[in-house]
Design a binder for this molecule. Structure first.
Ligand code: 13P
Ligand code: SF4
Length: 302
């Protein structure tokens, strides 16, 4: 085993720490994690773990959410510069304008958002529970922030609601186009196409299955098919190939790489554990206000 990985295992015990990793971080980091998962799984894992320190191998909104749900714990981000661009793609003024326009409005906030945006929202969702939670809300008018693609997907699944879209998106998933899908399917006619709902509507419309990272992995594992085209960030290929070594997985296209997730290296993870660097700080006021929509998500997703 890599000597840095050995050091991480020792430090983890010494420091009473748990390592949570998202499927998009580099393979060697996933390999040393205690828990790997999608955004929803990791939020729950953060509340379940008895460890005093949570090292979050992911981007800043993930570390912030873990801190908001566990304000008494130390949460470390191996690289605090690892930030999701989409997390910033909504405006407070627009949220206030929508609230003034619709008296029964619910602001539904994808967890890929800053802590500040969460404080302005009624409930958080992830890609694995957005449809279920929006369906359960008593409100008819929904402002879905920041991801217009996930918002569009939810609006198609829950047509009884008026879902107002916001103009944010994930630059990594947005790169995938229907033309790329058509070409890839011609090249691999036997492969099923599995896609993340952060992709544009026209790409999602061509998929055999739509789901979060964990749902894509579960679907591939349970499917009798042997070949799959994967329409999400390449990091999921590590877990797909680990769980299904006999199946073949192909990224839909080149460049399905989230540069921010890839900032999390084994060396940075070790240094964060060793020196306590990258501690996530969220003010008490923001923690209290952002806890409400996050906790409501945990409740409604049950
Ligand atoms: P999930 O792992 O919840 O599917 O989220 C994907 C993502 O883009 C995380 O940044
Ligand atoms: Fe953000 Fe997209 Fe990277 Fe996920 S893959 S962290 S949504 S930029």
């Amino acid at each position: 085993m890599d000597s840095v990985a050995v050091e991480i295992r020792q430090l983890k015990q010494e420091k009473n720490a748990v390592i949570l990793a998202h499927y998009y971080v580099p393979d060697p980091v996933q390999a040393v994690a205690d828990e790997i998962g999608d955004s929803f799984y990791l939020s729950r894992a953060a509340t379940r773990s008895p460890a005093q320190t949570i090292v979050f191998a992911g981007v800043s909104f993930m570390g912030e959410s873990a801190k908001i749900l566990n304000p008494e714990k130390t949460v470390l981000l191996p690289d605090p510069q690892a930030d999701c661009p989409m997390a910033h793609m909504a405006e407070e003024a627009e949220i206030l304008r929508m609230r003034a326009e619709y008296s029964d409005l619910a602001v539904v906030c994808y967890i890929n958002s800053t802590a500040k945006l969460k404080t302005l929202s009624d409930v958080c969702v992830t890609s694995s529970n957005a449809v279920k939670i929006v369906r359960k809300l008593p409100n008819r008018n929904i402002f879905f922030i920041p991801d217009r693609n996930l918002g569009k997907y939810v609006s198609q699944q829950v047509p009884e609601k008026n879902i107002i879209l916001n103009n944010g998106c994930c630059p990594v998933h947005q790169r995938m186009t229907p033309e790329i899908v058509v070409q890839a399917r011609q090249a691999r006619p036997n492969a099923l196409f599995l896609v993340h709902p952060e992709c544009r509507e026209a790409v999602v419309g061509l998929a055999d299955f739509v789901g979060s990272t964990a749902e894509i992995i579960q679907y591939a594992e349970e499917s009798p098919a042997e070949e799959f085209l994967i329409g999400t960030e390449d990091g999921v290929l590590y877990e797909l190939r680990r769980r299904c070594p006999e199946k073949r997985f192909y990224p839909l296209s080149d460049g399905q790489i989230c540069g921010d997730m890839k900032k999390i290296t084994l060396e940075k993870l070790r240094d964060s554990l060793k020196y306590g660097t990258g501690e996530v700080e969220v003010s008490d006021k923001v923690c209290r206000a952002a806890w409400k929509p996050l906790n409501r998500m945990l409740e409604l997703a049950k």
